[in-house]
Design a binder for this molecule. Structure first.
Ligand code: MAN
Length: 525
């Protein structure tokens, strides 16, 4: 079995060597080992020993392409798959030459259009370099025509861009001048306002005092009935009439039985006494009454310690009514007083008699109001100018291309519709996705930066920090920008969840492709 294998390997080697020499002798215009480009042919002088390119080894020339990897840099096996890191050069006469990884040599798949990579397999590769070359040249010509026409438009877009930036710069200079004046005016108005406000304050001090007094009087008037009610209740409960309400005096009313066990415990009673053993009338009115009042009115007067007299029967009906109202209120609000408190100032102000100022004060108030308005206007003007300045500075800071050719796209949006969504590309602003079936517009990213390769960063835009993906990262968009006769989104895809890819064409991207130097791919078309 092993012997057989060795014989087989030896015969493959022999076949390879034979093929090599036959090819070298009969088919090459310039003698060179298989898989070597014309420009590198001189690195393989046939009449001397071969030194690996990395200098690590010297081998007889016959061991070039002997299907055994001698050199670590693969330089001795340009035409076989023996070295894992080698490159095989296809001449592809009639089309573009190509370098392929050497593991694709004799792997049964035609990689080179001239079929030269499959020289020792049964795969018969057709040489279709002529046809491929022709269509490649036609496509290149079409592209060249497109670029030529597009370049013209690009130049116009660039001119427009330069003009736009120029206009913005002029506007900025104007705004900065205006801002200085506006700021001066604002400071003047502020000083005037302060001056007149200090006079106004002085004049109003007297009236404020009057207002405060009126307010206090009104509050007292309003709280008088409540206070009377509280005092009356205190006296009812204070059975020994010593001016103190004690736990034992509160316990007699079953109204305070919170857990419904038929008895009022000390703790339950204390709750209504502001957690104290006893309270005097003043404390009762100020603090306990709030807690106690709703309970008393809810439970009915018959549970208070004192027996009702006949006259009180009439009052009872009233209280029952109050009770009902209270209950209705307390359904909406746990603490009715809170509600009352929040309404009080309004009610108080409404009900307060409007104080009339004397003529001089009235005039001061009017002048101060006018000064405040004028200052406010001046302040707003400065803010508006600042906002505009910021916008223009942001605009001027944007990279619209080497010749400002992309500037004209700023402020425009371009749509693309597929079966499910309408996508929008707004260069230098954002990308969005609107579901056709309804639902909200999803932001796929805000303008980030140009992200093309080093030699042409303007071939790609990146939009980032879009709406967060469900349980995932924020959405992002990459826009591939190539030459086209119009501004148009050609396609939109989502290669990974919440990562979107737009293909956008625009005349602004029409320019000759930068020349990438690669001598190996130059010499044999
Ligand atoms: C929406 C769209 C899709 C996206 C999913 C992620 O349906 O924005 O593009 O993949 O949300 O949940």
């Amino acid at each position: 079995m092993n012997g057989n294998f060795c014989v087989k390997t030896a015969s493959v080697h022999f076949l390879l060597l034979l093929t090599f020499f036959v090819r070298e002798i009969f088919s090459s215009e310039v003698p060179r080992p298989r898989g070597v480009s014309l420009s590198r042919a001189s690195l393989y002088p046939p009449d001397t020993d071969f030194i690996c390119f990395d200098g690590s080894k010297t081998i007889p020339f016959i061991r070039i392409n002997d299907d055994y990897c001698d050199c670590l840099d693969a330089s001795d096996e340009p035409g076989t798959s023996a070295c894992p890191n080698g490159l095989f050069h296809c001449t592809n006469a009639g089309h573009r030459p190509l370098n392929i990884p050497s593991n694709r040599v004799n792997d049964g798949i035609c990689d080179c259009c001239d079929g030269s990579d499959e020289y020792a397999t049964e795969t018969s590769c057709q040489n279709n370099c002529i046809e491929l070359g022709r269509s490649a040249r036609e496509a290149a010509q079409k592209n060249a025509d497109l670029i030529k026409a597009g370049k013209q438009i690009r130049a116009e877009m660039g001119q427009k861009g330069v003009q736009l930036k120029q206009e913005k710069k002029m506007k900025l200079a104007d705004l900065k001048k205006n801002r200085d004046e506006a700021e001066k005016l604002k400071l003047e108005k502020e000083a005037l306002k302060k001056e007149i406000e200090s006079l106004e304050n002085k004049a109003l001090e007297y009236y404020r005092k009057l207002e405060d007094e009126a307010k206090i009087m009104k509050e007292e008037e309003e709280s008088a009935p409540q206070r009377a009610e509280a005092v009356e209740t205190f006296n009812k409960f204070d059975s020994n009439q010593d001016g103190w309400l004690e736990i034992s005096e509160v316990k007699v009313s079953t109204s305070f039985d919170q857990d419904g066990n038929g008895e009022v415990s000390d703790e339950e009673a204390k709750f209504y006494l502001n957690f104290q053993e006893s309270v005097d009338l003043d404390t009762f009115v100020k603090t306990c009454w709030k807690t106690l009042r709703p309970v008393i009115f809810r439970e009915g007067a018959e549970k208070t310690p004192e027996k009702k007299d006949e006259n009180e029967n009439l009052e009872e009906e009233d209280e029952m009514q109050d009770d009902q109202e209270l209950e209705e209120e307390s359904e909406d609000h746990d603490y009715e007083d809170e509600e009352q408190e929040s309404q009080e100032p309004d009610q108080a102000t409404e009900a307060l008699p409007t104080i009339k100022y004397d003529d001089e004060t009235q005039q001061l108030v009017e002048r101060a109001t006018a000064a405040r308005n004028e200052y406010e206007e001046a302040r707003k003007l400065v803010n508006d100018i600042d906002r505009e300045i910021k916008k223009i500075e942001e605009y001027l800071g944007k990279d619209f291309g080497t010749d400002e050719e992309f500037a004209a796209l700023e402020g425009q949006c371009f749509d693309y519709e597929d079966h499910e969504y309408i996508y929008k590309l707004c260069p230098f602003d954002k990308t969005t996705q609107q579901p056709k079936s309804g639902g909200s517009n999803v932001r796929l990213g805000f303008w980030g930066h140009w992200s093309g390769a080093e030699h042409n960063k303007y071939e790609q835009m990146t939009f980032e920090s879009g709406q967060s993906c469900w349980n995932g990262p924020k959405r992002t968009t990459v826009v591939r920008v190539t030459c086209g006769s119009d501004n148009k989104v050609l396609s939109v895809s989502e290669p990974n969840r919440c990562e979107y890819f737009f293909e956008f064409v625009t005349p602004a991207a029409c320019h000759e492709a930068p020349v990438v130097e690669n001598e190996d791919l130059h010499d044999e078309l």
